[in-house]
Design a protein around this ligand. Structure first.
Ligand code: ZN
Length: 474
Protein backbone atom coordinates (compact mmCIF):
# COMPACT_ATOMS: atom_id res chain seq x y z
CA UNK A 1 0.00 0.00 0.00
CA UNK A 2 1.19 3.51 -0.70
CA UNK A 3 1.47 6.66 1.41
CA UNK A 4 -1.79 7.94 -0.02
CA UNK A 5 -3.80 4.99 1.30
CA UNK A 6 -3.34 6.33 4.83
CA UNK A 7 -4.45 9.50 6.49
CA UNK A 8 -2.88 11.13 9.51
CA UNK A 9 -4.93 12.20 12.54
CA UNK A 10 -3.25 14.98 14.50
CA UNK A 11 -4.20 16.80 17.68
CA UNK A 12 -2.10 19.42 19.46
CA UNK A 13 -1.66 20.31 23.09
CA UNK A 14 -0.14 23.75 23.38
CA UNK A 15 1.18 25.08 26.67
CA UNK A 16 1.05 28.83 26.81
CA UNK A 17 2.80 30.65 29.64
CA UNK A 18 0.64 33.49 30.94
CA UNK A 19 2.74 36.62 31.36
CA UNK A 20 1.73 37.58 34.88
CA UNK A 21 4.21 39.16 37.28
CA UNK A 22 3.78 36.50 39.94
CA UNK A 23 3.21 32.76 39.90
CA UNK A 24 -0.16 30.98 39.80
CA UNK A 25 -0.43 30.29 43.53
CA UNK A 26 2.18 32.51 45.23
CA UNK A 27 3.82 35.92 44.93
CA UNK A 28 7.19 34.69 43.61
CA UNK A 29 8.27 36.28 40.31
CA UNK A 30 6.98 34.49 37.22
CA UNK A 31 9.50 36.19 34.93
CA UNK A 32 11.99 34.29 32.83
CA UNK A 33 15.57 34.10 34.12
CA UNK A 34 16.76 35.08 37.58
CA UNK A 35 19.51 33.44 39.57
CA UNK A 36 19.17 29.74 40.42
CA UNK A 37 16.09 29.29 42.63
CA UNK A 38 15.85 33.04 43.12
CA UNK A 39 12.17 33.16 42.10
CA UNK A 40 10.96 30.78 44.79
CA UNK A 41 9.27 30.81 48.18
CA UNK A 42 8.05 28.17 50.68
CA UNK A 43 4.88 27.89 48.61
CA UNK A 44 6.22 27.01 45.15
CA UNK A 45 8.94 24.84 46.65
CA UNK A 46 6.25 22.74 48.33
CA UNK A 47 7.11 23.37 52.00
CA UNK A 48 4.71 21.84 54.53
CA UNK A 49 1.99 24.20 55.67
CA UNK A 50 2.15 26.56 52.69
CA UNK A 51 -1.28 27.42 51.28
CA UNK A 52 -1.47 28.15 47.55
CA UNK A 53 -3.82 31.06 46.71
CA UNK A 54 -4.85 31.58 43.09
CA UNK A 55 -3.55 34.60 41.16
CA UNK A 56 -6.44 36.77 39.97
CA UNK A 57 -4.55 38.18 37.00
CA UNK A 58 -3.80 34.65 35.78
CA UNK A 59 -7.51 33.81 35.97
CA UNK A 60 -8.32 36.95 33.96
CA UNK A 61 -5.74 35.92 31.33
CA UNK A 62 -7.24 32.42 31.32
CA UNK A 63 -10.71 33.83 30.60
CA UNK A 64 -9.24 36.09 27.92
CA UNK A 65 -7.53 33.13 26.23
CA UNK A 66 -10.77 31.13 26.32
CA UNK A 67 -12.80 33.96 24.81
CA UNK A 68 -10.23 34.54 22.05
CA UNK A 69 -10.53 30.83 21.22
CA UNK A 70 -14.34 31.03 21.12
CA UNK A 71 -14.69 28.79 24.18
CA UNK A 72 -17.44 28.79 26.75
CA UNK A 73 -16.14 29.84 30.15
CA UNK A 74 -17.09 27.56 33.01
CA UNK A 75 -18.52 29.41 35.97
CA UNK A 76 -17.35 26.76 38.46
CA UNK A 77 -14.06 25.27 37.32
CA UNK A 78 -12.04 23.10 39.68
CA UNK A 79 -8.34 22.85 40.41
CA UNK A 80 -7.21 19.25 40.76
CA UNK A 81 -4.07 17.52 41.91
CA UNK A 82 -2.24 15.63 39.20
CA UNK A 83 0.05 13.30 41.09
CA UNK A 84 3.33 12.09 39.81
CA UNK A 85 6.79 11.87 41.24
CA UNK A 86 9.49 13.91 39.64
CA UNK A 87 12.42 15.71 41.31
CA UNK A 88 11.43 19.07 39.81
CA UNK A 89 7.88 18.78 41.20
CA UNK A 90 8.48 19.37 44.92
CA UNK A 91 4.89 18.91 46.12
CA UNK A 92 4.63 15.52 44.44
CA UNK A 93 1.64 16.78 42.47
CA UNK A 94 0.93 19.51 39.98
CA UNK A 95 -2.09 21.75 40.50
CA UNK A 96 -4.00 21.51 37.24
CA UNK A 97 -7.59 21.14 36.12
CA UNK A 98 -9.18 17.84 35.21
CA UNK A 99 -12.86 17.23 34.47
CA UNK A 100 -13.96 20.82 35.07
CA UNK A 101 -11.59 23.04 33.06
CA UNK A 102 -11.98 26.82 32.83
CA UNK A 103 -12.61 26.86 29.06
CA UNK A 104 -14.31 24.34 26.75
CA UNK A 105 -15.75 23.83 23.27
CA UNK A 106 -14.09 26.54 21.24
CA UNK A 107 -12.36 26.72 17.90
CA UNK A 108 -9.47 28.37 16.09
CA UNK A 109 -9.70 29.50 12.48
CA UNK A 110 -6.86 30.02 10.02
CA UNK A 111 -6.10 29.59 6.35
CA UNK A 112 -3.92 26.90 4.87
CA UNK A 113 -2.75 27.49 1.31
CA UNK A 114 -5.73 29.75 0.76
CA UNK A 115 -8.30 27.32 2.18
CA UNK A 116 -10.17 28.23 5.37
CA UNK A 117 -9.70 25.83 8.28
CA UNK A 118 -11.47 25.56 11.62
CA UNK A 119 -10.05 23.34 14.37
CA UNK A 120 -12.10 22.53 17.45
CA UNK A 121 -10.58 23.43 20.81
CA UNK A 122 -11.80 20.74 23.21
CA UNK A 123 -10.61 22.51 26.33
CA UNK A 124 -8.18 25.05 27.73
CA UNK A 125 -7.30 24.68 31.37
CA UNK A 126 -5.10 26.43 33.88
CA UNK A 127 -2.17 24.74 35.54
CA UNK A 128 1.20 25.47 37.06
CA UNK A 129 4.52 24.70 35.41
CA UNK A 130 7.11 22.36 36.94
CA UNK A 131 10.73 23.23 37.69
CA UNK A 132 13.73 22.29 35.62
CA UNK A 133 16.37 19.61 36.17
CA UNK A 134 19.74 19.81 34.54
CA UNK A 135 22.10 16.86 34.47
CA UNK A 136 25.85 17.22 34.91
CA UNK A 137 27.92 14.04 34.76
CA UNK A 138 27.20 12.14 37.98
CA UNK A 139 24.93 14.73 39.60
CA UNK A 140 21.81 16.74 38.73
CA UNK A 141 20.64 20.20 39.73
CA UNK A 142 17.12 21.47 40.19
CA UNK A 143 16.00 25.02 39.51
CA UNK A 144 12.49 25.82 40.73
CA UNK A 145 12.19 29.30 39.19
CA UNK A 146 9.67 27.93 36.73
CA UNK A 147 7.78 25.86 39.28
CA UNK A 148 4.34 27.41 39.76
CA UNK A 149 4.47 29.70 36.73
CA UNK A 150 0.91 29.93 35.28
CA UNK A 151 0.15 28.04 32.09
CA UNK A 152 -2.86 27.48 29.90
CA UNK A 153 -2.92 24.06 28.31
CA UNK A 154 -4.92 24.31 25.11
CA UNK A 155 -6.10 20.99 23.71
CA UNK A 156 -7.34 20.67 20.15
CA UNK A 157 -9.58 17.92 18.83
CA UNK A 158 -7.74 15.38 16.65
CA UNK A 159 -8.97 17.12 13.53
CA UNK A 160 -5.81 17.99 11.67
CA UNK A 161 -4.68 15.90 8.74
CA UNK A 162 -1.23 17.13 7.78
CA UNK A 163 1.99 18.38 9.35
CA UNK A 164 1.54 21.72 7.54
CA UNK A 165 -1.94 22.15 9.00
CA UNK A 166 -0.68 21.44 12.52
CA UNK A 167 2.19 23.91 12.15
CA UNK A 168 -0.17 26.60 10.84
CA UNK A 169 -2.57 25.96 13.73
CA UNK A 170 0.33 26.43 16.17
CA UNK A 171 1.50 29.60 14.42
CA UNK A 172 -2.02 31.01 14.58
CA UNK A 173 -2.27 30.11 18.25
CA UNK A 174 0.93 32.03 18.97
CA UNK A 175 -0.39 35.00 17.01
CA UNK A 176 -3.67 35.02 18.97
CA UNK A 177 -2.12 34.81 22.45
CA UNK A 178 0.33 37.56 21.54
CA UNK A 179 -2.44 39.80 20.16
CA UNK A 180 -4.46 39.53 23.34
CA UNK A 181 -1.35 40.12 25.43
CA UNK A 182 -1.53 37.01 27.63
CA UNK A 183 1.72 35.42 26.40
CA UNK A 184 4.90 36.75 24.78
CA UNK A 185 5.01 33.69 22.50
CA UNK A 186 8.76 33.34 23.02
CA UNK A 187 9.53 29.82 21.82
CA UNK A 188 13.19 29.85 22.85
CA UNK A 189 12.36 30.70 26.44
CA UNK A 190 9.64 28.05 26.47
CA UNK A 191 6.72 30.48 26.75
CA UNK A 192 4.91 28.38 24.16
CA UNK A 193 5.47 24.63 23.91
CA UNK A 194 3.76 22.09 21.80
CA UNK A 195 2.95 18.38 22.21
CA UNK A 196 1.71 16.65 19.08
CA UNK A 197 -0.53 13.59 19.12
CA UNK A 198 -0.17 11.66 15.89
CA UNK A 199 -1.84 8.51 14.63
CA UNK A 200 -2.62 7.11 11.21
CA UNK A 201 -5.48 5.08 9.79
CA UNK A 202 -6.53 3.76 6.42
CA UNK A 203 -8.29 6.43 4.45
CA UNK A 204 -12.04 6.04 4.96
CA UNK A 205 -11.74 4.33 8.37
CA UNK A 206 -13.55 6.10 11.18
CA UNK A 207 -11.76 4.32 14.02
CA UNK A 208 -8.70 6.10 15.40
CA UNK A 209 -5.32 4.38 15.25
CA UNK A 210 -2.89 4.03 18.17
CA UNK A 211 -1.63 7.48 19.06
CA UNK A 212 1.89 8.57 19.75
CA UNK A 213 2.68 11.80 21.57
CA UNK A 214 5.69 13.86 20.51
CA UNK A 215 6.56 16.06 23.45
CA UNK A 216 7.87 19.58 23.93
CA UNK A 217 8.56 20.86 20.47
CA UNK A 218 9.56 24.51 20.52
CA UNK A 219 9.69 25.52 16.86
CA UNK A 220 7.02 25.57 14.15
CA UNK A 221 9.45 24.12 11.62
CA UNK A 222 10.22 21.23 14.00
CA UNK A 223 6.50 20.62 14.58
CA UNK A 224 6.14 20.14 10.86
CA UNK A 225 9.25 17.98 10.49
CA UNK A 226 8.56 15.85 13.57
CA UNK A 227 4.99 15.10 12.46
CA UNK A 228 6.10 14.34 8.90
CA UNK A 229 8.69 11.91 10.22
CA UNK A 230 6.22 10.32 12.61
CA UNK A 231 3.54 9.79 9.94
CA UNK A 232 6.05 8.06 7.68
CA UNK A 233 7.41 5.98 10.57
CA UNK A 234 3.92 4.76 11.48
CA UNK A 235 3.10 3.94 7.86
CA UNK A 236 6.35 1.94 7.66
CA UNK A 237 5.31 0.06 10.83
CA UNK A 238 1.92 -0.80 9.30
CA UNK A 239 3.48 -1.89 6.04
CA UNK A 240 6.00 -4.19 7.72
CA UNK A 241 3.52 -5.51 10.28
CA UNK A 242 5.36 -4.01 13.25
CA UNK A 243 2.94 -2.87 16.01
CA UNK A 244 2.60 0.86 16.75
CA UNK A 245 3.02 1.33 20.50
CA UNK A 246 1.17 4.01 22.46
CA UNK A 247 4.09 6.02 23.79
CA UNK A 248 5.71 9.40 24.26
CA UNK A 249 8.46 10.23 21.82
CA UNK A 250 10.91 13.10 21.48
CA UNK A 251 12.05 14.80 18.30
CA UNK A 252 15.75 15.15 17.55
CA UNK A 253 16.17 18.03 15.09
CA UNK A 254 19.79 17.12 14.29
CA UNK A 255 18.88 13.64 13.13
CA UNK A 256 15.37 14.67 11.98
CA UNK A 257 13.74 11.69 13.67
CA UNK A 258 11.62 10.89 16.70
CA UNK A 259 12.67 8.38 19.33
CA UNK A 260 10.88 6.67 22.19
CA UNK A 261 11.01 8.37 25.60
CA UNK A 262 8.53 6.32 27.65
CA UNK A 263 5.33 4.41 27.22
CA UNK A 264 2.38 6.70 27.71
CA UNK A 265 0.65 6.96 31.07
CA UNK A 266 -3.12 6.65 31.10
CA UNK A 267 -5.04 9.47 32.74
CA UNK A 268 -5.85 7.39 35.82
CA UNK A 269 -2.16 6.92 36.54
CA UNK A 270 -2.18 10.49 37.79
CA UNK A 271 -4.96 9.80 40.32
CA UNK A 272 -6.52 13.21 39.82
CA UNK A 273 -8.71 14.55 42.60
CA UNK A 274 -9.98 18.04 43.48
CA UNK A 275 -7.28 19.96 45.37
CA UNK A 276 -8.65 20.39 48.91
CA UNK A 277 -6.49 23.53 49.32
CA UNK A 278 -8.47 25.28 46.59
CA UNK A 279 -11.99 26.64 46.49
CA UNK A 280 -14.05 26.06 43.38
CA UNK A 281 -12.97 28.76 40.91
CA UNK A 282 -16.18 30.74 40.64
CA UNK A 283 -16.46 33.16 37.75
CA UNK A 284 -19.22 35.75 37.58
CA UNK A 285 -20.83 36.65 34.25
CA UNK A 286 -19.89 40.30 34.90
CA UNK A 287 -16.23 39.31 35.03
CA UNK A 288 -16.49 37.50 31.68
CA UNK A 289 -18.30 40.50 30.17
CA UNK A 290 -15.59 42.87 31.41
CA UNK A 291 -12.83 40.78 29.82
CA UNK A 292 -14.86 40.55 26.61
CA UNK A 293 -15.34 44.31 26.50
CA UNK A 294 -11.59 44.93 26.84
CA UNK A 295 -10.63 42.37 24.19
CA UNK A 296 -8.46 43.77 21.37
CA UNK A 297 -9.25 43.02 17.73
CA UNK A 298 -8.04 39.53 16.81
CA UNK A 299 -5.70 38.87 13.87
CA UNK A 300 -8.27 37.09 11.68
CA UNK A 301 -10.74 39.96 11.92
CA UNK A 302 -7.96 42.45 11.34
CA UNK A 303 -6.78 40.64 8.21
CA UNK A 304 -10.36 40.62 6.94
CA UNK A 305 -10.58 44.37 7.45
CA UNK A 306 -7.30 44.88 5.57
CA UNK A 307 -8.66 42.90 2.60
CA UNK A 308 -11.71 45.19 2.63
CA UNK A 309 -9.30 48.15 2.36
CA UNK A 310 -8.04 46.69 -0.94
CA UNK A 311 -5.14 44.51 0.17
CA UNK A 312 -4.55 41.04 -1.21
CA UNK A 313 -5.20 38.10 1.10
CA UNK A 314 -1.44 37.40 1.11
CA UNK A 315 -0.54 40.97 2.08
CA UNK A 316 -3.22 41.00 4.79
CA UNK A 317 -1.88 37.76 6.25
CA UNK A 318 1.73 38.97 6.14
CA UNK A 319 0.87 42.24 7.86
CA UNK A 320 -1.11 40.57 10.64
CA UNK A 321 1.57 37.98 11.50
CA UNK A 322 2.81 40.21 14.28
CA UNK A 323 0.75 42.67 16.27
CA UNK A 324 3.43 45.37 15.98
CA UNK A 325 3.52 45.11 12.18
CA UNK A 326 -0.26 45.34 11.94
CA UNK A 327 -0.22 48.44 14.17
CA UNK A 328 2.56 49.99 12.07
CA UNK A 329 0.62 49.34 8.88
CA UNK A 330 -2.52 50.98 10.24
CA UNK A 331 -0.56 54.08 11.14
CA UNK A 332 1.17 54.19 7.72
CA UNK A 333 -1.89 53.35 5.62
CA UNK A 334 -3.23 56.92 5.22
CA UNK A 335 -5.12 57.36 1.95
CA UNK A 336 -3.17 54.63 0.15
CA UNK A 337 -3.19 51.38 2.14
CA UNK A 338 -2.08 49.31 -0.86
CA UNK A 339 1.08 51.42 -1.29
CA UNK A 340 1.78 51.29 2.46
CA UNK A 341 1.47 47.49 2.38
CA UNK A 342 3.89 47.28 -0.55
CA UNK A 343 6.48 49.53 1.10
CA UNK A 344 6.30 47.64 4.38
CA UNK A 345 6.39 44.14 2.90
CA UNK A 346 9.12 44.81 0.35
CA UNK A 347 11.42 47.65 1.42
CA UNK A 348 10.90 47.97 5.15
CA UNK A 349 10.89 44.26 5.97
CA UNK A 350 14.02 43.73 3.88
CA UNK A 351 15.87 46.49 5.76
CA UNK A 352 14.62 45.16 9.09
CA UNK A 353 15.75 41.62 8.23
CA UNK A 354 19.14 42.75 7.03
CA UNK A 355 19.79 44.78 10.16
CA UNK A 356 18.11 42.16 12.41
CA UNK A 357 15.79 44.76 13.93
CA UNK A 358 12.22 44.53 15.12
CA UNK A 359 9.70 46.89 13.59
CA UNK A 360 9.45 48.67 16.94
CA UNK A 361 13.09 49.75 16.46
CA UNK A 362 12.57 50.93 12.89
CA UNK A 363 14.34 54.25 12.23
CA UNK A 364 11.46 55.08 9.86
CA UNK A 365 8.27 55.80 11.76
CA UNK A 366 4.94 54.75 10.29
CA UNK A 367 3.88 58.38 9.99
CA UNK A 368 7.04 59.17 7.99
CA UNK A 369 6.31 56.33 5.59
CA UNK A 370 2.81 57.74 5.14
CA UNK A 371 4.37 61.13 4.26
CA UNK A 372 6.66 59.49 1.70
CA UNK A 373 3.70 57.80 0.01
CA UNK A 374 1.78 61.09 0.01
CA UNK A 375 4.73 62.74 -1.80
CA UNK A 376 4.59 60.08 -4.52
CA UNK A 377 0.82 60.30 -4.83
CA UNK A 378 1.00 64.08 -5.15
CA UNK A 379 3.52 63.71 -8.00
CA UNK A 380 6.22 65.58 -6.02
CA UNK A 381 8.65 62.69 -6.40
CA UNK A 382 8.71 59.65 -8.67
CA UNK A 383 8.52 56.09 -7.36
CA UNK A 384 12.15 55.65 -8.31
CA UNK A 385 13.32 58.71 -6.40
CA UNK A 386 11.16 57.55 -3.49
CA UNK A 387 13.49 54.56 -3.10
CA UNK A 388 16.45 56.92 -2.74
CA UNK A 389 14.50 59.00 -0.22
CA UNK A 390 13.52 55.83 1.66
CA UNK A 391 17.19 54.77 1.92
CA UNK A 392 18.06 58.21 3.26
CA UNK A 393 15.18 58.08 5.74
CA UNK A 394 16.42 54.69 6.94
CA UNK A 395 19.95 55.95 7.56
CA UNK A 396 19.16 59.43 8.89
CA UNK A 397 15.66 59.12 10.35
CA UNK A 398 14.79 62.47 8.70
CA UNK A 399 11.35 63.32 7.33
CA UNK A 400 10.95 62.66 3.58
CA UNK A 401 10.00 66.26 2.68
CA UNK A 402 13.17 67.51 4.36
CA UNK A 403 15.29 65.04 2.37
CA UNK A 404 13.57 65.96 -0.91
CA UNK A 405 14.19 69.64 -0.25
CA UNK A 406 17.81 69.24 0.90
CA UNK A 407 18.79 67.07 -2.04
CA UNK A 408 16.65 68.80 -4.66
CA UNK A 409 14.88 65.60 -5.62
CA UNK A 410 11.56 67.06 -6.71
CA UNK A 411 10.15 65.35 -9.77
CA UNK A 412 10.50 67.15 -13.12
CA UNK A 413 7.07 67.44 -14.71
CA UNK A 414 7.88 70.51 -16.78
CA UNK A 415 7.38 69.42 -20.42
CA UNK A 416 9.96 71.84 -21.81
CA UNK A 417 12.72 70.53 -19.57
CA UNK A 418 11.91 66.92 -20.39
CA UNK A 419 11.72 67.64 -24.13
CA UNK A 420 15.21 69.08 -23.94
CA UNK A 421 16.53 65.91 -22.26
CA UNK A 422 14.79 63.66 -24.78
CA UNK A 423 16.13 65.67 -27.74
CA UNK A 424 19.68 65.37 -26.41
CA UNK A 425 19.38 61.63 -25.86
CA UNK A 426 17.96 60.99 -29.35
CA UNK A 427 20.66 63.17 -30.93
CA UNK A 428 23.38 61.28 -29.08
CA UNK A 429 22.06 57.87 -30.24
CA UNK A 430 21.16 58.16 -33.95
CA UNK A 431 21.74 54.45 -34.73
CA UNK A 432 19.28 53.28 -32.05
CA UNK A 433 16.76 55.91 -33.12
CA UNK A 434 16.93 54.58 -36.68
CA UNK A 435 16.43 51.01 -35.39
CA UNK A 436 13.34 52.08 -33.46
CA UNK A 437 11.90 53.80 -36.51
CA UNK A 438 12.49 50.67 -38.59
CA UNK A 439 10.17 48.82 -36.20
CA UNK A 440 12.42 47.54 -33.37
CA UNK A 441 10.07 48.36 -30.49
CA UNK A 442 12.50 46.91 -27.96
CA UNK A 443 14.91 49.83 -28.38
CA UNK A 444 12.35 52.02 -26.62
CA UNK A 445 13.45 50.64 -23.27
CA UNK A 446 16.99 51.75 -24.01
CA UNK A 447 15.84 55.32 -24.57
CA UNK A 448 13.76 55.30 -21.40
CA UNK A 449 16.84 54.22 -19.45
CA UNK A 450 19.09 56.85 -21.04
CA UNK A 451 16.63 59.69 -20.63
CA UNK A 452 15.84 58.74 -17.03
CA UNK A 453 19.55 58.64 -16.29
CA UNK A 454 20.05 62.04 -17.91
CA UNK A 455 17.31 63.45 -15.66
CA UNK A 456 18.99 61.85 -12.64
CA UNK A 457 15.83 59.78 -12.19
CA UNK A 458 13.78 62.90 -11.56
CA UNK A 459 11.71 63.07 -14.73
CA UNK A 460 8.08 62.09 -14.36
CA UNK A 461 8.02 58.67 -16.08
CA UNK A 462 4.57 59.23 -17.57
CA UNK A 463 5.43 62.59 -19.12
CA UNK A 464 8.80 61.32 -20.31
CA UNK A 465 7.42 58.19 -21.97
CA UNK A 466 4.85 60.23 -23.85
CA UNK A 467 7.41 62.73 -25.12
CA UNK A 468 9.87 59.98 -26.06
CA UNK A 469 7.29 58.17 -28.19
CA UNK A 470 6.27 61.33 -29.93
CA UNK A 471 9.84 62.45 -30.65
CA UNK A 472 11.11 59.03 -31.76
CA UNK A 473 8.28 58.69 -34.28
CA UNK A 474 8.86 62.16 -35.57
ZN1 ZN B 1 6.64 31.00 45.32
Amino acid sequence: MAFNDYEAVIGLEIHVQLQTNSKLFCSSSAHFGGGDNEHTCPNCTGQPGALPVVNEKAVEFGIKTGLALNCSIRKDSVFARKQYFYPDLPRGYQISQFDKPLCENGYLEFTLEGAPKRVTIERAHMEEDAGKSTHHGDYSLINLNRAGVPLMEIVSAPEMRSAQEAAEYARTMRKVVRYIGVCDGNLEEGSLRCDCNVSIRKRGDSKLGTKVEIKNINSFRFIEKAIEFEIQRQIDCKETGEPIVQETRLYDPDKNRTFSMRTKEEAHDYRYFPDPDQLVLEIEQAQIDAVKAAMPELPASRAKRFVEQGLSEFDAQTLTQELEIADYFERAAGKNPKAAANWIISELMRELNESKREISDSPIQAEQLAQLIALIDAGTISGKIAKTVFAEMWSSGKNPDVIVKEKGLTQITDTGAIEKIVDDVIAANPAQAAEYRSGKEKVFGFFVGQAMKASKGQASPDVMNEILRKKLKG
